[in-house]
Design a protein around this ligand. Sequence first.
Ligand SMILES: Nc1ncnc2c1ncn2[C@@H]1O[C@H](COP(=O)(O)OP(=O)(O)OP(=O)(O)O)[C@@H](O)[C@H]1O
Ligand SMILES: [Mg+2]
Length: 268
Amino acid sequence: MRGIAQNMLNVSGVEFSYGAKSLLSDINLTCRPGEIVGIVGPSGCGKSTLAKLTAGVLKPQNGEIHIGGAQVLDAARRQEVGFLQQGAEGLLPFLTVYANTAMPILVRKGKLLIRGLDFSDRRRCVRAMRTARIDHASRSRPEHLSGGMRARALIARALAQSPKILIMDESFSGIDEAMCEQLYIDMERFVKKLGLVCLLISHRLSEIVFLCDYVHVFERCPLGDGYTLGDPLQITLPRPRSIEMFGDPEFARFTGLLRSRIVKLGTE
Ligand SMILES: Nc1ncnc2c1ncn2[C@@H]1O[C@H](COP(=O)(O)OP(=O)(O)OP(=O)(O)O)[C@@H](O)[C@H]1O
Ligand SMILES: [Mg+2]
């Protein structure tokens, strides 16, 4: 395990079940500021459940989750998590993209209108919309956006929150491939510059390899029921990553390695 001292996110010994049958067992995960950590595994192994536990939406039956040294279940800590939940819609239909992006800041500051925000907050919203490549539609309402644009507006809203931990659960699904590639580059820059921890859950292995520093593959728990996280695979591709890397043999080697680990789990 990597040194605990500088960790921003620390998950230790987490167990979780929805009913009698154990789903997650002995989950351990550490992430340092600026790291993008991937979580992969077949459908139903508990990735979204782990995301909800990390965001403090669910409470583990055993084990602990700390952000910057404090329990994620503390209300103040939960505000430091930007959680892009799988399949969530969540944009307010009567507000523009800009107002939706600003909404978490407005709520936190008890303001009603963007006009009430100070310059740095407004700049943060604009930067978040740019990073999510939705700034051109800042005055549009959600009903006038495509599915991929709505997904990008949700990303902008999470980024504008200035989270310390960003949890992305299939957040790029529905966005076309070429746009995704641009977004990956912007996201890498954003996360590295601000020193966030990004937990990235995706079935798209090229996305995982392109973005991540480390990747954990879910595996069956050797000690009992349910699933646990395997040791991290370090993605040693140089940074910053570039579009050309998609054709790199080393890139293909990493995606192949992950695919074989996932297939192994799926057929056991
Ligand atoms: N609220 C719930 N109550 C009971 N069981 C649940 C609940 N939510 C999820 N499950 C079950 O827990 C298991 C893990 O679900 P989860 O959504 O975490 O999987 P996942 O790995 O994210 O899958 P996918 O890749 O399809 O998104 C599944 O068997 C699912 O049916
Ligand atoms: Mg899921």
